[in-house]
Design a protein around this ligand. Structure first.
Ligand code: 0X9
Ligand code: ZN
Length: 320
């Protein structure tokens, strides 16, 4: 059992996931998405008994290393399901009627690197993976740096916009789409669920936004945009009811910026997922360094996000 409202190392989180799966075999299974460049297993939990008629929802976090509040929020969801399922009929309903995967840390190498900030103060703000140095001539010199922005490495309009071909950039997209073991394994994992995968939600921080496709160009939507927007609006409203936190919803270029190579756009286009959302958690965009969220905000952030996420889960659960 982990106390919520704290940050934990990837090894503590991994052991915790294993223990849950061992002690509750009827409701949770440990899943291995793949192995990172430094050899860590990307682990998650699969909740609910899998039968071929059930719809699937996938929630992940931590594709960006420094976004600790997102990792905490995904962990909180796991904790909530495990510890409240007996008293909470809504959670019971999910366990009975859908299959829910939660992968709390997609980029554990990067996350562990951000945890070395005691010895290297700059490490806390690391965003990318920890792939080996790549070099490119930037006009002045040949510059070499580690890491790929995994949320620029998906095969959706790869390298077109809002991504960089320079390895020293924070938004370096990598040498080619799915060049990285983490994004490649994750795309294969998601693709293996195709046909039953009804919702995909990726947790990021920060700016308080509920974002849907597409991200590369303004006013470019999937055909089911009306439904996508309706559910986003409802989710943001439910989220705000808890503590009054104000979220905006829209596509990336409408509400923050355009970019390509992200996981939700790839999932929306390639896997034809009905609900594919990027959520940017607290604090608001006016905050200067929102990646470091006060510990006393962790639980409220996770709770209100759950309220929003249940809107999507209810759509999926009650339609079938
Ligand atoms: O830029 C990103 O990868 C994400 N934002 S973050 O600050 N967490 O790095 C996703 C933004 C999604 N927005 C757009 N579609 N533009
Ligand atoms: Zn992010």
């Amino acid at each position: 059992r982990l106390r919520m409202g704290e940050y934990y190392s990837y090894s503590v989180l991994s052991t915790w996931l294993q223990r849950i799966a061992e002690s509750l075999p009827d409701i949770a299974k440990l899943i291995k998405v793949g192995t990172t460049i430094e050899g860590r297993e990307i682990l998650g939990l699969k909740f609910g008994k899998d039968t071929p008629d059930k719809k699937i929802v996938v929630i992940d976090a931590g594709i960006h290393a420094r976004e600790w509040a997102a990792i905490h929020t995904a962990s909180y969801f796991i904790n909530l399901i495990v510890n409240s399922r007996e008293e909470d009929p809504q959670i019971q309903n999910y366990l009975d009627n859908i299959v829910l995967y939660i992968i709390p840390v997609l980029n554990p190498d990067g996350y562990e690197y951000t945890r070395t900030d005691k010895t290297n103060p700059r490490a806390r703000m690391w965003r990318k993976s920890r792939s080996p140095k790549a070099c490119a001539f930037d006009g002045v010199r040949n510059s070499c740096c580690m890491g790929v922005d995994l949320n620029r490495n998906f095969d959706f309009r790869f390298s077109e916009i809002g991504a960089s071909r320079y390895p020293c950039s924070e938004i370096y997209h990598g040498p080619s789409a799915f060049s990285e073991p983490e994004s490649k394994a994750y795309s294969q994992f998601l693709a293996s669920l195709q046909g039953r995968l009804e919702a995909y939600i990726t947790l990021h921080s920060y700016s308080q936004l509920w974002i849907y496709s597409y991200s590369h160009r303004k006013f470019t939507y999937a055909p089911d945009i009306e439904e996508t927007r309706r559910v986003a609006a409802k989710a943001v409203q439910e989220l705000g009811r808890m503590y009054g936190t104000k979220y905006r919803h829209g596509t990336g270029p409408e509400i923050i910026y355009a970019f390509s190579g992200g996981s939700t756009d790839w999932a929306k286009e390639t896997l034809k997922i009905k609900y594919s959302y990027t959520i940017e958690l607290r604090p608001g965009y006016e905050e200067w360094n929102g990646f470091v969220l006060d510990k006393n905000q962790l639980i409220p952030t996770a709770k209100e996000t759950w309220a929003g996420v249940t809107v999507v889960l209810d759509e999926v659960t009650n339609q079938w």
